[in-house]
Design a protein around this ligand. Structure first.
Ligand code: SPV
Ligand code: MN
Length: 628
């Protein structure tokens, strides 16, 4: 106690009276101790406690420019930030759970012994903020005054991180004051560490993201890339998944969106897709309503599933965003207002360019590699693209004309459909509904497979199993996680329908079988199915649309024709590929997961038998017209 009082005294001297007064308005000694501890250890030059006033937030925006972490662009409110050349994505290898003895998350979840990990990270954090200012910010993950929401405190020496979080998360200072001593909050300590002249982290060999579930603290150091540094995004998912598992709710890597049906009806869907598989663009579809593009907290209330978005902004992939396919985003990204671009090309006129933007590629500029010219190569001889494939934009959703009015509803929205999407060139049909909850959880969620993308470091295009697209963030054993999903579907009046989508199916010549906008049609089909308004065709793997329904929807939604040959190519059951997929899924759940629920294997086995029976009757490729 005496030591604690001394620490509080030292903190007061160190942060100054104004900051101290802001801090002690929150009656929570655990919070004060936590801040004091990391101020002493990380040793910043200055500390700024942010109580969320307009002036304080403006100060953080200005600091991002003053420190050089962000560059002012020509359009009012726009800035650009760069991460280091080798700091462009989530670092899975160095992201680890710190586990006490006796706790095991299974072989596919990266972990290390807790005491050793804490020692290592505290050694790296020592004096890591020297020369920097430490920003202390409070957030509410989810609508304020809602049972869905979690409180969080972020310590960061990056003005870019503090600024980004302002666009992405709801202010939480007043919530902390209100809840006071009874607050149970998540804690994030981030330091960008030593910076080069472009203000990017340089000690990449000491980049670490360590998650301590016991104390609900996440440490992140020597990195700036948002997925590693913005504590409330992917770092918060880990303790949140753990809490949810203990308390009977779900933290998911899902968008939430409202789809318009007939007579003004809105039906809400939650959708889980691995990064770069069309998740944000689906949630942003013109004509529909966005509640969130990345993360959802789901709870059962009064026998229905309800969900909130713990975020209020988007940290989205910018590659490929263009005026024709993404009109709403395009307007936001080209109009005055607050936008942080990361890892795009900044031109001499202080405009930005990204791969896939309308217009020509500029010949020179400034990007994640430094000064850039067309055709430039890196040390390994690889051509440096103008923008990184994982380049992003950060915006507050309040600037979006398709933002749903329910974003801040403390009770969330009722979810009537869950969608699992993956990047799959040769197996799954573009859209399909499961037979029931268990079939959907197992064959669409647990069996979700995707070809890897640029959102994580490593090779692209490798197929891997990614349960519910949440594997990177799981803080509980995979089997228990699947079990939680199975249990979540019980005791519901009308469980949400489960669907799968695949926007990436190709023909044997490698050509994509669908246009980028076809997903608008799949959503309308799912919306109608959720209300039992359309019939479907039963295949061994699920329920697929009838040709006549899709033809009508293509006409109504996209004012396009829809040829029978296209339908056949897209919805042919590919038996060999589906059988091979089942074997891959089984292998994953037998070799990598120790606690797989037995129903997973029996469900896959039944699917396999249905496929084999159909194969015996019609061969390897079965046209949907043979089944309908
Ligand atoms: C994702 O990769 O799933 C993202 C961006 O949403 S990140 O913050 O890197 O996770
Ligand atoms: Mn994501």
């Amino acid at each position: 106690m005496i030591e604690e009082n001394r620490r509080a005294e030292r903190l007061k001297v160190r942060i100054g009276d104004r900051n101290y007064q802001k801090l002690i308005r929150i009656d929570n000694p655990e919070l004060h101790q936590f801040i004091a501890r990391y101020v002493e250890l990380c040793n910043p030059d200055r500390v700024f406690i942010c109580a969320d006033s307009q002036e304080e937030i403006q100060y953080i925006r200005e600091e991002a420019i003053r420190t050089g972490e962000e560059i002012k662009l020509a359009i009012e409110g726009h800035t650009a930030h760069f991460d280091g050349y080798h700091d462009q994505a989530r670092d899975k290898e160095h992201t680890k759970f710190l586990l006490p003895e006796g706790v095991d998350l299974g072989s596919d979840i990266n972990a290390m012994e807790r005491m050793g990990g804490l020692k290592e990270i505290h050694t790296i954090l020592k004096d890591s903020m020297a020369g920097h200012q430490l920003y202390v910010r409070f957030y509410c993950l989810g609508p304020v005054k809602s049972d869905f929401s979690l409180l969080a405190v972020q310590l960061t020496d990056s003005s870019y991180v503090a600024h980004s979080e302002d666009l992405l998360y709801r202010p939480g200072y007043e919530e902390f004051v209100r809840v006071g001593n009874s607050a149970r909050f998540l804690k994030f300590v981030h330091s960008a560490g030593a910076l080069d002249s472009r203000k990017t982290s340089i000690q990449i060999d000491k980049r670490r993201v360590y998650i301590d579930l016991e104390d609900e603290v996440v440490y992140s150091v020597n990195t700036q890339y948002g997925g590693n540094s913005i504590g409330l995004k992917k770092l918060a998912m880990r303790p949140a998944i753990n809490r949810a598992s203990r308390e009977g709710w779900l933290t998911e890597h899902m968008f939430i969106m409202g789809v318009h049906g007939p007579q003004g009806r809105i039906t809400y869907f939650a959708g889980a897709y691995p990064s770069l598989c069309g998740k944000t663009s689906t949630s942003m579809l013109p004509g529909e309503r966005i509640v969130g593009d990345d993360i959802a907290y789901l709870r059962k209330k009064d026998e229905v599933i309800r969900a909130v978005n713990p975020e209020k902004g988007i940290f989205g992939i910018i590659q490929g965003v263009n005026s024709r396919d993404d009109p709403i985003l395009w307007r936001v990204l080209n109009s005055p207002g607050e936008v942080i671009f990361s890892n795009v090309l900044v031109t001499e006129e202080k405009g930005v360019y990204w791969i896939g933007k309308d217009g020509d590629v500029p010949r020179r500029g400034f990007n994640h590699a430094g000064r850039w010219e067309l055709g430039m190569r890196d040390a390994k001889g690889n051509e440096i693209s103008p923008s990184h494939p994982n380049a992003r934009f950060t915006v507050d959703m309040k600037g979006l004309e398709n933002l749903d009015s329910e974003l801040d509803n403390p009770d969330g929205v009722v979810i009537q459909g869950i969608i699992y999407g993956g990047r799959d060139s040769d197996t799954k049909v573009p859209v399909e509904e499961s037979f029931d909850w268990v079939h959907g959880v197992i064959t669409m969620g647990a069996a979700l497979e995707s070809e890897t993308t640029a959102a994580t470091l490593g090779k692209e295009g490798v197929r891997s199993i990614n349960p519910m697209s949440n594997l990177d963030f799981l803080s509980i054993p995979i089997g228990r996680y699947i079990e939680n999903h199975l249990r979540f579907g019980t005791g519901l009046k009308n469980p949400a329908r489960i669907f799968s989508v695949n926007y990436f199916l190709r023909d044997s010549a490698g050509k994509f079988l669908n246009g980028k906008n076809d997903k608008a049609v799949w959503l309308k089909w799912m919306e109608r199915r959720a209300h039992n308004e359309l019939k479907a065709i039963k295949t061994p793997t699920g329920l697929i649309p009838r040709y006549e329904d899709l033809k009508a929807l293509f006409g109504a939604v996209l004012t396009k024709g829809y040829a029978e040959e296209d339908y056949i190519k897209q919805f042919t059951v590919r038996i060999k590929e589906n059988l091979a997929k089942i074997e891959r899924v089984k292998r994953f759940y037998t070799t990598k997961v120790a606690d797989t629920p037995p129903v997973l294997f029996s469900t896959l086995e039944a699917q396999k038998q249905r496929l084999i029976e159909l194969q015996a009757k019609y061969g390897d490729l079965v046209s949907p017209f043979k089944l309908g």
